[in-house]
Every structure is written in C-alpha cells, then in structure tokens.
Design a protein. Structure first.
Lengths: 162, 162
C-alpha cells in the first residue's frame, strides 16, 4: 500500500491510494454515554437489560461506531488543506457489533478524485473507510463522498458544468 | 399521514406508514463537544477558526446530525418490541448545515417491511428518516435497513430461504 501524508489538496489524491489512521480504544463508559444521548436502547446503555436484546450484551450503537470511524479518519494521514465537507454516504454496512475493550483500526482508500465542475477550486473525492477490530474482523464498511480543496482554483470549462 | 404508536412488531408496519418524533434543540456546546471527540475540524470546534472553513461559521459535524436523527428516531412513536438492530444505511445525504439554535424535526416513513427468510421471528424493515430544520429546510435524508422482531416467530418455508 502507498501511504501519503498531509496537508493535501485534491491533486494529491488518486484512486487506489491508502491512508493510515490511529487506533481507537472502545470503553463501556463511552458506549453508555453515547447510547444515553443518541441511541437509548437497552443494548447500548445497560449490561443487564442488554441480555434480552438482539445482541445479548452491551454493544456500541452503530452510529457511535460511525462517529468513532469519523474520529479516526479526521486524525488520519489524510489531512486535507482547509478540511473537508461531507456530501453523501453512499453505502454503510454494520458488519459486526463493537464491544467494550475492542480496539478499532481504520484503512482509508481513495476510490475517485475529480474536479468539481460547478465550484471553482473545489474537488469531489469518494473514499472507502474500512474498519476492523483487534481480531481483524470487519466491523464497518463505509463509502462516502466529500468536498475538498483543489490547489488549482480555476474553474472547469463551461461545457463540463454539472 | 397515518401515525402509529408502539410497542410494535414487524406485522404492525407497512409501506407508506409515518411515525412522528420529538424535536431536537441544537446547542453550540453540543456541537463543540461532539466535534472535539469525533470530528476535530475548525468548523465543528471553534467559531473563530470556522471562518476560513467551507462553512464560514460553527456547524454540526454531519455525523453529529446523523446521531441526533438517531436520537429522535429512538424516541419516536416507532417503538419496536425488543428494539432494533441496524443492518445498513442505504443512502445518506447531507443536505444543509445544522447550526447552533436550530430545532430539528424528523419524519419516519416505512418503505418496506418483510419477514427475514433466514432468521426465525425476525423482520427486515427499510425506512426513510427525513430531517428538516425550523425553517422547513431539509438537513438530512437517510434510507436505512434494520432488523426487528416479528410477532409470528415461525420460519418462512425453506424454498424462500435467503
């Protein structure tokens, strides 16, 4: 794999490029705190009550896992100049429950990187965030599209406008 | 629109059914707290630093908005017996930035509800979570699929197994 370091512009990205990210330790306290605020189901708040749930034990909310993946991605080697702005999540699969004590790992792969045809100085990047746990089991698979800055801030020819 | 109240099973859901949810007030403190943990970009942490970002001001992380949408959905009238477990997010569009002082509103619409062909007593439901702000502007549009409980816990005939 080819790893790149930021701060980066659109022109530094190309399909097939990978970026590393720091690991993320998952605690029961974090799971319960997120669950109480955003996903108040027994399996995300209460180890006792979780026994009668689909999971049978305390697990992280899927949206908590997505937020942790975002937390790793934003601390990864893919540091875009001026940050990035999400456009869409094109696919997200909850592959496996995340439990207290898990260590999450993230691989970022660039799927597409192109100029925006309507916004001068902007690029559109589609990437895959593939997250697995300490046992190398997949926990979340996300394909998403975001707006980034281009080094060249001219606009594409008008016949390519989208 | 037809509104239903729980606790519900798969058999209580049908396409076209809508569920109401409580509103959600967005504060600058919540935006910054989520941003620091999961999306440490200037536009989600620092009103000053946000001026040079894509948004020009403090806005909620898109994943924070998704979590707030989940928070509303889990407190909605769509209360499933034994809760639910996410399978996939089939589509998610970040339509508009969420700002401090916004009030979010959510409409839940059932798109599909069917028996699981492999899991006895389980159902697969696809729904749309459409979130707008106090100005009736769309902020997030999610289509997702989840596992729920069926009242009838027999298994489908084996020729339909998936």
């Amino acid at each position: 794999m080819m790893y790149q370091q930021g701060p980066l512009y659109l022109e530094d990205l190309s399909p097939g490029m990978h970026f590393a990210a720091p690991e993320w330790e998952v605690t029961a306290e974090d799971i319960v705190r997120f669950g109480r605020e955003f996903d108040p189901q027994a399996q995300h708040m209460d180890p006792e009550g979780a026994r009668d749930s689909f999971f049978g034990e305390l697990v992280a909310s899927g949206w908590h896992t997505a937020a942790m993946v975002m937390g790793m991605a934003m601390r990864s080697e893919m540091q875009m100049t001026g940050g990035q702005a999400g456009i869409s999540v094109d696919r997200l699969h909850f592959k496996r429950a995340v439990k207290p004590g898990d260590t999450l790992r993230l691989d970022i792969e660039i799927l597409e990187a192109r100029r925006s045809r309507s916004l001068p100085g902007r690029g559109i990047v589609q990437y895959r965030w593939f997250c697995h746990n300490q046992h190398d089991k997949a926990v979340m698979d996300i394909v998403a599209t975001a707006l980034v800055r281009a080094r060249d801030d001219t606009t594409e020819p008008p016949d390519k406008t989208d």
